[in-house]
Design a protein around this ligand. Structure first.
Ligand code: HEM
Length: 430
């Protein structure tokens, strides 16, 4: 096969460069290559040449029918160094074992227990806002998501420790984000060790405290009950902490950005919430489904999927529609490109929550914000309930006005609105 790089002529390279500069993100050039290559291409960078696929049929191969040819663990990736034996970066029986233990505590049946805590954490954060103040919803969403995940899964009230741990958490996320290490895997990465150690020490202290405290029925309690050692418990805790809050942060921040740009949808949503909540805080995770709220969340996940691609190591060669990826290569299935495919979505770049109205179901594996198959996101129900609850409570109590003018999609550990989502907040009068 002629390499993608060789196949690019000057005009195409120009197009890639212009779209990159206009959107200040590699997403636009990737969209261009995707359309041009019928959903199969190789990123043409020296030293970094992963294959990229997307679309319903190829996603199904990666996620279900041929998933055994692919591994999640890529030993040289920073995420593997960081999470060690966390459920996200192991394969085979080791993965299935952790997954079986963790999953019951995140199922829809269990979520109801977390609802009052979620509302309480939102109220605590908004109590620090001054009326008329401009806040960054990327930062505020992260504060809320961190408080929620620490309390729900580990029974830790993170409020007092959050300011002290904030920088280390951001540095740890930066450590696993794409950077120069992609092209130069052995490049020294000073400045991270102290922050990883700080977070590790914090988690080990929590584990120690719990070993000598009365048993509690949360995710940490279960990991202790099944007899894992401290190191393995730390791996699962750090995995859940990072995967479980950075994604929700991005989802909430993008949703505020989209609503801020679409005032008409925002006011319809606020009306819907007023009607359905009748002045009471949201109380249920399921069985309470304001239609527009769910549609808005789904559409936000379509346009800006927090995990915008799935990363795999090809253990055995795999063929997509006649084109083969050899063993030993890196393969991405692109959630972002799949979600913006004009063959599937009408006006794919537009924010139109109604496309998810009752009865509108996208074809299989063309809408995959949580991945799919046996390794579908373990926190999908939790993440959706959290988004619903947090958005409902924030919109019930406050008015929001977008102040940011230009926001870019930054490919960090998640797809993040950069430099942030500035909004003026005003408490509603009761
Ligand atoms: C809006 C919220 C979330 C989104 C969009 C999201 C997205 C995803 C996606 C796309 C995958 C699969 C990636 C792939 O196939 O390569 C995944 C896996 C995973 N997610 Fe989430 N996630 C969210 C929330 C959560 C939460 C709340 C938790 C934990 C409480 C969590 C923990 C995990 C874990 C541990 C995996 C790996 C599962 C396995 O390999 O068995 N996620 N997530």
């Amino acid at each position: 096969m002629k390499s993608t790089l060789q196949a690019l002529n000057l005009e195409t390279l120009g197009h890639i460069l212009v779209s990159f500069l206009r959107q200040r993100s590699p997403l636009a050039p990737l969209q261009f290559l995707y359309a041009r290559s019928k959903n199969f291409f190789q990123i043409p960078l020296p030293g970094f040449r992963p294959f990229v696929i997307g679309g319903g049929a190829a996603n199904r191969q990666v996620l279900v029918t041929e998933r055994n040819k692919l591994l999640w663990r890529n030993p040289s990736d920073p995420v593997t160094t960081l999470l060690r034996h966390g459920v996200l970066v192991v394969d085979g029986p080791e993965h299935d074992n952790y997954r079986r233990e963790l999953e019951p505590l995140l199922t829809p049946g269990y979520l109801q227990n977390y609802i009052p805590q979620m509302v309480r954490q939102v109220d605590r954060v908004t109590a620090t806002w001054k009326d008329g103040q401009t806040v960054d919803m990327l930062v505020e969403s992260r504060r809320i998501a961190l408080l929620i995940i620490m309390e729900a899964l580990f029974s830790v009230d993170f409020w007092d420790d959050l300011p002290r741990m904030w920088k280390s958490i951001l540095k740890v996320i930066d450590y696993i984000s794409p950077g120069a290490w992609i092209v130069f895997p052995n490049i020294p990465r000073p400045g991270y060790t102290q922050h990883i150690r700080a977070l590790d020490n914090y988690l080990y202290q929590i584990i120690q405290r719990r070993r000598s405290a009365p048993a509690r029925q949360d995710l940490l309690g279960h990991l202790l009950d099944i007899g894992l050692d401290d190191g393995l418990i730390r791996d699962q805790m750090l995995t859940m902490l990072i995967a479980g809050h950075d994604t929700s942060t991005a989802l909430l921040a993008w949703t505020f950005y989209l609503l801020g740009q679409n005032q008409e949808i925002l006011s319809r949503l606020q009306n819907e919430l007023e009607q359905s909540l009748q002045g009471q805080p949201p109380k249920r995770a399921a069985g309470w489904q304001p239609a527009l709220l769910d549609e808005v969340i789904k559409e936000s996940l379509r346009l800006y999927p927090p995990i915008h691609l799935g990363n795999r190591y090809v253990a055995e060669k795999i063929t997509f529609n006649g084109q083969t990826v050899p063993a030993g290569e890196r393969l991405f299935y692109s959630i972002y490109l799949t979600h913006r495919d004009p063959m599937v979505w009408k006006d794919p770049d537009d924010f139109e929550p109604e496309r998810f109205a009752d009865g509108c179901k996208p074809p299989p594996f063309t809408y995959v914000p949580f991945g799919g198959g046996p390794r579908v996101c373990i926190g999908a129900a939790f993440g959706q309930a959290e988004a619903r609850l947090v958005l409902a409570r924030l919109l019930q109590t406050h008015r929001f006005q977008l102040k940011s003018s230009k926001v870019f999609a930054r490919m960090g550990a998640t797809l993040e609105p950069s430099p942030g989502v500035l909004m003026r907040v005003q408490r509603k009068t009761e």
